[in-house]
Design a protein around this ligand. Sequence first.
Ligand SMILES: O=C(O)CCC(=O)C(=O)O
Length: 215
Amino acid sequence: MATHHATRASCGPIQIGLFETGPTEVDEGFGTARRIALDEHSWVEHVPGWLAGSDGLFSLLRDDAGWQQRSRWMYTREVAEPRLTAEYPDLDAAPEPLRGIAHALSVHYGVPYDSLWLNLYRDHRDGTSWHRDHLSCKRAECIVPVLSLGATRRFLVRPRDGGRSVVVAPAAGDLVVMGGRCQLDWRHAVPKQATPAGPRISVNFQSRLQAIASI
Ligand SMILES: O=C(O)CCC(=O)C(=O)O
């Protein structure tokens, strides 16, 4: 069971949850952040170890997030997506410490994150193919944080029309943040892989503000 998130100002680790496995802390100073400029307008930021003690949150979400198996039409047949998904369209309905984590991200990136989209990759055979977040990002410039829990997987970003990929390998507790025109000009993926991997959960932070096209 997680406790409430703290509210004091801080530049370092701040406890936002407490599980049987130990405390969960976010680094409010984002001290390990490494920003990769994709081009003049787009970037990806990797923040290793941003969430310390992420195991308790992984277990909570794995057990309680209400995972669904979705399917989609591929030409003439319906196929199951190679992952499970869950969502909290209203952040207020999400369990702690997710609300505290969203708050810390909102403060740092200046975007009011108010809903969550979650993926559960059961093992290395699950993945997400090349796409952009077209429903949740309708503005030219968006900032999309993705928190990794569980196994390390490769997170790829490549130009919209193809080309060389930028590769990040987020481990448990790492953040990958896509910014600028990344959703317009670039595509991202978590590829299936031959190398065995355990389960991974990604928490994708969304904002209604970014889902509305600017005028
Ligand atoms: O799992 C990830 O790291 C990314 C997931 C993603 O891109 C999505 O759900 O749109």
